[in-house]
Design a protein around this ligand. Structure first.
Ligand code: FAD
Length: 466
C-alpha cells in the first residue's frame, strides 16, 4: 500500500491536490472519443495531483515517488485521445502545465519549458522575430509543447514539414529519469525517438528545443465541391503545387461541413464537401488561379469576412477537431486513423469511400511523409458495435490502408510507436521500477511480447538505427 498522506507531507512546499473530484478531473483526457476506451477507462483516477513549477520540484517529486513506489503519470493539457494521460494504476498525476516559460528564442529555434501552451509559444516567437513552430496540433490553444511531443504525431504545417517522427523536427529534449537519484539527460538525434510519442513511460520532459519556421498571417479558406473525390483531387494537386505556400489541406466530406461546422455554416452550401486550407497571404493570387482551374467554389476566406469574432481558426475544423465538432452534434460518431500510402493514395481513398457509403464520413489530412505527399485520414464512423468497428479496420488493412487504432490505450496496439529492445533497455535504465505511466507499454509488462507482431509503425523502433 502506498502511503499518499506521507507522500503529501514529504512534498511539503510543492503544490499538491488530493480533493477526489479535482484529482479525477485531472485524471481524464479525450479518451471518450472512443466508445471502447470510454467503457474501459471511465473509472480511472489518481490519488494525488502534484504541480511542480521548477525542475528541482520535478526531481524532488520523482525521488519521493520512487522511494514510496508510487506511479507517476505526467500530464500537459490533457488533450490526448487514447487515455494516454490517464493513470491506470492510480498514483500521482504530475501536472507539468505550470512549467511554462519560454527561455530563449534564436534564429530558427526556441528553447522552452515543457508546459507552455503551444499557441502562447507561437505568439512569443512571432512577436520576437516573426517565427513560429513548423507545425502544431489543432489543439494549439490548449495543449502543451511537452504533451504534444510525448503524445502527438503531427498537425497543422505537416504538409510542409512532416511529423514529430522526422529527424530535425525536435532538436533536443531535457528529460528527468525515475530513479532513486533522478538524473538529467539531454537527448538529441536518434535518442529523441526514445521519448517522443512514448506517453511519458520513460522519463519526464522538462525542457524542449524546437525548430522554427517563418511566421505568416495565414489566410483561412474553405473551398466547396459537390463531389468529395473532386475535393480530394484538388487537395492532392494543391499539395503538389511547389510554388504555393500552404500550412493546412484537409478535405472533409459532406454532410460534415454543413452539419457540424456551426460557426461557418452561413458560408457553406448544404450537401457540399469542403477542403479546409491555410494559405500564406502572398500565395493567395496564384492559389485562386488553381481553384479556378479545378472548378472549386471558394465559400469562405478569412481575409474577406467583416469580422472573425466567434469564428474559429480553420485549423480548429481539422485534425481531431473535426471529430470533436461531429461529436457535439451526433454523440454516436467515433473515428479511425488511417494511412493512405503514396503514390496511389487518391485511389486508395476512392476505394474506401466506395466501400462504406453512409457509414464513414471522409476526412483527410495531406502531409509530407518520407519525402512524398500522401494523406492520412481521420474518417468519422457512425458507430454500431465493437465487432463492426474491428471489421471496418480489417477491410481498410485489406485495401492497403494501415490503421493506427485510436481505440487502444497501449503504445503498441495504438500502432504509432514501435517498442523494441532499445526502447525497452532505455526504460529499464530510466524507470527501473516501472513507475512511469504503468500499463501503457506492453513490452514492459509482458517479457514474451513479440516486437515484430505489429504491423506498420509511425514512430519506428530504434534497433535498426543503432
Ligand atoms: P497530454 O494529453 O496531457 O499528454 C499526452 C501524453 O504525453 C500523455 O501520455 C502524458 O503522460 C505525456 N506527457 C505530457 N507531458 C509530459 C512531459 N512533460 N514529459 C513526459 N510525458 C509527458 N494530436 C496531434 O498530433 N495532432 C493534432 O492535430 C491533434 N489534434 C487534436 C484535436 C483534438 C480536438 C484533440 C482532443 C486531440 C488532438 N490531438 C492531436 C491529440 C493531442 O491533442 C495532442 O497529442 C496534444 O498535443 C497533447 O498535448 P497535451 O499537452 O494535451 O498532452
Amino acid at each position: 500500500m502506498v502511503d499518499y498522506a506521507q507522500i503529501k507531507k514529504d512534498l511539503e512546499g510543492i503544490a499538491v491536490e488530493d480533493h477526489p473530484a479535482l484529482v479525477k478531473q485531472k485524471s481524464r483526457d479525450f479518451y471518450w472519443y472512443s466508445p471502447i476506451l470510454k467503457s474501459q477507462l471511465d473509472n480511472v483516477t489518481a490519488d494525488l495531483v502534484v504541480s511542480p513549477v521548477t525542475e528541482e520540484e520535478v526531481i524532488r517529486t520523482l525521488k519521493v515517488a520512487y522511494a514510496h513506489g508510487a506511479p507517476i503519470t505526467p500530464r500537459g493539457g490533457g488533450t490526448g485521445n487514447y487515455g494516454q494521460a490517464m493513470p491506470l494504476s492510480g498514483g500521482i498525476i504530475l501536472n507539468m502545465a505550470n512549467m511554462n516559460k519560454v527561455k530563449q528564442i534564436l534564429p530558427g529555434r526556441v528553447i522552452a519549458e515543457t508546459g507552455v501552451i503551444i499557441s502562447e509559444l507561437d505568439k512569443q516567437t512571432k512577436a520576437h522575430s516573426g517565427q513560429e513552430l513548423r507545425f502544431h496540433p489543432s489543439t494549439a490553444q490548449t495543449a502543451t509543447i511537452g504533451g504534444f511531443i510525448a503524445g502527438g504525431s503531427g498537425g497543422v504545417g505537416s504538409i510542409t514539414w512532416g511529423g514529430l517522427r522526422d529527424l530535425g523536427n525536435i532538436l533536443r529534449l531535457r528529460v528527468i529519469t525515475m530513479e532513486a537519484e533522478p538524473r538529467i539527460l539531454d537527448l538529441t538525434g536518434w535518442d529523441l525517438q526514445k521519448v517522443s510519442h512514448a506517453y511519458g513511460t520513460n522519463g519526464i520532459i522538462t525542457e524542449v528545443e524546437m525548430p522554427l519556421a517563418p511566421a505568416y498571417d495565414w489566410v483561412d479558406v474553405l473551398v466547396g465541391y459537390d463531389d468529395f473525390m473532386d475535393a480530394v483531387r484538388f487537395a492532392d494537386t494543391l499539395a503538389h503545387s511547389n510554388g504555393l505556400l500552404v500550412k493546412e489541406i484537409a478535405p472533409i466530406a459532406a454532410p460534415a461541413p454543413f452539419e457540424y461546422f456551426t460557426r461557418h455554416k452561413p458560408y457553406l452550401k448544404e450537401g457540399q464537401s469542403v477542403v479546409v486550407i491555410m494559405v500564406a497571404p502572398h500565395s493567395m493570387g496564384p492559389f485562386e488561379a488553381l481553384v479556378s482551374r479545378y472548378k472549386g467554389d471558394i465559400r469562405f476566406r478569412s481575409d474577406k469576412v467583416e469580422s472573425m469574432k466567434g469564428i474559429p481558426h480553420a485549423y480548429e475544423l481539422a485534425w481531431n477537431h473535426t471529430t470533436l465538432r461531429a461529436l457535439k452534434i451526433d454523440p454516436s460518431i467515433t473515428y479511425l486513423q488511417v494511412q493512405y500510402p503514396a503514390p496511389d493514395h487518391v485511389e486508395r481513398v476512392r476505394k474506401t469511400v466506395e466501400t462504406f457509403p453512409g457509414e464513414l464520413i471522409g476526412h483527410l489530412e495531406f502531409m509530407r511523409f518520407d519525402g512524398s505527399i500522401q494523406c492520412s485520414g481521420l474518417p468519422m464512423v457512425r458507430y454500431t458495435t465493437a465487432e463492426r468497428l474491428e471489421e471496418i479496420i480489417r477491410i481498410h488493412e485489406d485495401l492497403g490502408c494501415p490503421i493506427f487504432n485510436p481505440h487502444r490505450y497501449t503504445l503498441e496496439e495504438g500502432g504509432m510507436k514501435q517498442t523494441d529492445v532499445v526502447q525497452l533497455a532505455f526504460k529499464r535504465e530510466t524507470d527501473p521500477k516501472g513507475l512511469l505511466n504503468p500499463g501503457k507499454m506492453i513490452a514492459w509488462d509482458n517479457p514474451d511480447f513479440d516486437f515484430k507482431a505489429g504491423k506498420n509503425y509511425l514512430f519506428q523502433g530504434l534497433a535498426a538505427f543503432m
